[in-house]
Design a protein around this ligand. Structure first.
Ligand code: ZN
Length: 561
């Protein structure tokens, strides 16, 4: 394996005839997937998703890929190709289209429908190009072919990118379910043809590369899901991703078989299921789905509710039910079915919700105690099959944390891909494909771009450090009344607390530290207000850290007495 060095220089000018590949997200993290391909002066973007924040990023809505390296070249973008409709692949599109709304967006029917609903909320009218598996499409110098792949959302596509520089396959997210609910298999015959043609570079999903064997089929969940519907005396409340159409189909079928009516709860769930139903991805027997309000008149054992929140998102319906702030009140006899995986980083939020729901009387069924979830990603066994079928000359694992990428790279090597041709990169690392050889050639700027309400990119790592400090130790404001034109205190310091607690001793120590610092300032003839504020804040912060081991955010305000 070749691993990108820590600090790489900017890449050199692109060799004419070569293909440049720059991942701007999704490498080193699970989310905000985005890859930029460049050839003959033109760009092609594959996916543009969001990453969801962790506890250490308070107040952040989503995290975007860093568009800095393409901001001057927006007019060179021939198209955005979307592999499937998950948020971590389409969620960033509105933010890119805000910068240039007429970039054509290429994708399958369901993917474009989910995207359109999202763009309507952002008031963007996109230029959409609808393609299906086996279709071909030309975007500038990029000749594209689409291949059906099976994943935890219908209508997934892998994309073949042909240029004079060679043939590239980007798998997107995929698995190889041999008995998918909709009968749409990952098209291994197309993979085989590509292997025969000669594949120069494979970008391949790494999410489950560490998991041995094969991801089981979606259909193998049916018995455990049916069991829940047969044995629950009250309501069944199912929490799932709002895009997991196949899982929701299973829940609809099980409900129908047991004479339960179903209501969708939560805006994104209602919206997506309407789209999936209208486009024929969801089959709903007449009269099965009703409004939530109507379920209140039915006996509990005749009711199924389907809502969002399986990842412990604080504002999603399930979290509010657990916190008793939702109109759906959990009671004895209800079963809550968490029909999803745990995204790394969300575990403690979800366990908290499971405990609260249990306290309220619900029986909670989840992947830890029943077979009610399978992953949407290929495990090691499936990946090895792909390598042997595709026989790629160069491999670049994508979609995963560093450990997933390395595990995937090791699989590629075991199937005979030369170690020098397996590239372990990270966001912003640039790979050039020249004469059938892929090499790491540099890196471009790549930061986490935070969306906070209406602002994009204004929140920095420093802001987050402040927020973490605020949540851990609060804020302490120091008012200093000084004799005009001097650094001499006219009155004792005043302290205002918010979420921060200090003993009188600590504050006395802090005041003495400030007096000393101001005496130094007087000697140095420092009288500017902002400089004195800085000096006072630092003296207080240092003193508190020493005397009480507390590090609140300290704000000093200097006023003329
Ligand atoms: Zn996905």
């Amino acid at each position: 394996m070749r691993t990108a060095a820590r600090d790489l220089a900017s890449p050199p000018a692109l060799n004419p005839g070569a293909l440049r590949v720059t991942p701007l997200g999704g490498i080193g993290e699970i989310g905000r997937n985005m890859t930029v391909f460049e050839h003959a002066g033109k760009l092609l973007v594959v996916d543009c998703g969001v990453l969801f924040p962790e506890d250490t990023q308070p107040g952040i809505d989503v995290i975007l890929p860093d568009f800095t390296s393409i901001e001057d070249r927006l007019d060179d973008i021939e198209a955005i190709v979307l592999t499937h409709g998950h948020e971590d692949h389409i969620g960033g599109v509105p933010y890119l289209l805000k910068q240039r709304p007429d970039i054509p967006v290429v994708g399958s029917q369901l993917t474009l429908a989910f995207l359109s609903a999202k763009l309507t909320e952002h008031n963007i009218k996109p230029v959409l190009v609808h393609v299906e598996a086996a279709d071909r499409h030309t975007a500038g110098p990029f000749s594209l072919e689409f291949i059906a792949v099976n994943h935890s959302i219908p209508d997934g596509l892998a994309v073949v990118i042909r240029t004079p520089a060679g043939v590239v396959l980007h798998t997107g997210d995929f698995r190889m379910d041999q008995f998918p609910l909709d009968g749409r298999l990952t098209d291994l015959r197309a993979f085989g043809r590509l292997g025969e043609e000669g594949l120069d570079l494979l970008l391949v999903d790494s999410t489950n590369a560490e998991i041995p064997g094969f991801t089981i089929s979606e259909t193998e969940l049916t018995p455990a899901i049916d069991q829940v519907f047969t044995t629950t005396p009250g309501r069944v409340i199912v929490s799932s991703f709002a895009s997991h159409v196949h899982r929701i189909q299973q829940v609809l079928d099980a409900s129908h078989a047991r004479g339960r009516k179903v209501a969708f709860v939560g805006r994104s769930m209602v919206r997506n299921m309407r789209i999936a139903r209208e486009l024929g991805y969801l089959t709903v027997p007449r009269g099965l789905v009703i409004d939530y309000a109507k379920t209140r008149n039915l006996p509990p054992n005749k009711v199924t509710l389907i809502c969002t929140g399986s990842q412990g998102e604080p504002m999603a319906a399930l979290a509010r039910m657990a916190g008793e702030t939702h109109e759906v009140r959990i009671s004895d006899g209800d079963t809550v079915l968490l029909a999803s995986s745990l995204i790394p980083g969300n575990e403690s939020a979800i366990y908290g919700i499971i405990n609260k729901l249990t306290d309220l009387g619900a029986n909670v069924v989840h992947k830890g105690n029943a077979r009610v979830h399978v992953s949407g990603h290929a495990s090691a066994g499936e990946l090895v099959y792909c390598y042997n079928i595709l026989r790629p000359r160069n491999v670049m694992p994508v979609h995963g944390e560093p450990k997933h990428l390395r595990a995937n790279g090791a699989l590629a090597e075991r199937t005979g891909v030369p170690a020098d041709n397996v590239l372990i990169t990270r966001d912003g690392v640039v790979v050039d494909l020249v004469d059938g050889v892929a090499r790491i050639v540099g890196q471009v700027e790549n930061d986490l771009v935070y969306v906070d309400g209406q602002t994009v990119g204004h929140v920095t790592e420093d802001t987050l450090a402040d927020r973490r400090k605020l949540s851990a130790a609060g804020v302490l404001t120091v008012l200093a009344f000084l004799r005009p034109g001097t650094a001499e205190l006219a009155e004792p310091l005043e302290y205002l607390h918010r979420g921060s607690v200090h003993g009188q001793d600590s504050l006395d120590n802090a005041s003495r530290a400030v007096e000393k610092a101001l005496a130094d300032a007087t000697r140095n003839k420092t009288t500017a207000g902002d400089q004195l504020e800085d000096i006072i804040a630092k003296a207080v912060a240092r003193s508190l850290a020493r005397s009480s081991r507390r590090e609140p955010v300290v704000i000093a305000v200097v006023l003329d007495a």
